[in-house]
Design a protein. Sequence first.
Length: 298
Amino acid sequence: MQINSIYLYPNKLDVYTSDTATWTTERNRMVYNRNLKVYRGSDNRIDLQLRNSDQKAYNATGSTIIFNLVNNDTQDLVVRKDCSVDDISIGRVYATITEEELLDLEPGYYSYSFHKETRSNVDSTDYKVDSKTPLYMDSQYGAIGTVEIIGGMEGKPYDTKTVDTFRKITNFDVPSETSSGDPLDSPRPNFAQNYNTSGYEEYFVSSTIEANPRMSTPQSLHTFQFYYNNYIGDVVLQGSLGEGGNPIEGSWTNINTFTITAANLNEFHNITGKYNWFRIKHTPDEKNTGTVDKVLYR
């Protein structure tokens, strides 16, 4: 039997104020503080213990502790917030970086810092800052630390791909099976003359969709969401195992065929398998006046 232990303990930092600093040499000094890790998709609490230069708990009554998070690439201040208080008389406060605050932040390394403010009220809603001092991560007066934002613990779905462009193709080798027009006597029309080509098979194909073959297995699930507007005809989901960036025409095979009526509006279809490419082929009925607006793939 396998046993895995997991631990729930506070992400706690000691930070130092320079107020009445003596940096007593008889005590062990904090050389550096570790990097922090926070995870998207959840709230992350960071506990602080304020200490003086003698590494004793610091009474910060009358002060507000502020947390700052800075993007290393742009130097933008992306999060600033007042810390919540556990017990300000012994310097116990904490900052919570919420799931919503991390939602728009890309994974990577950021800089963080804390500073202490004393404030006086201007009115019921506004205040002015009377003093502002940094809090140090170590006894060497380092005030900026590093935090790593890590992608969500629950994984991330593939981005949805949109297909909304279809190319019309006329197959002059196949006479139309509908009564919309009589096939020409010649197997291919002479384009120097004004011939009607409606007697031959016409269909539409979409651009190709990469099926992420490097990340899929024979059991991978693919979902297609179709959007119709009074469309009547046949819609074919095609797959290809062709190599390269542009599969040859002969590599496509029909996976599923759907007969669509005007009553069909939005439908999704799932398929399971490993493919290199997908595309959508649709053949309008002779009575069709509608459209295939778009297809979403995930």
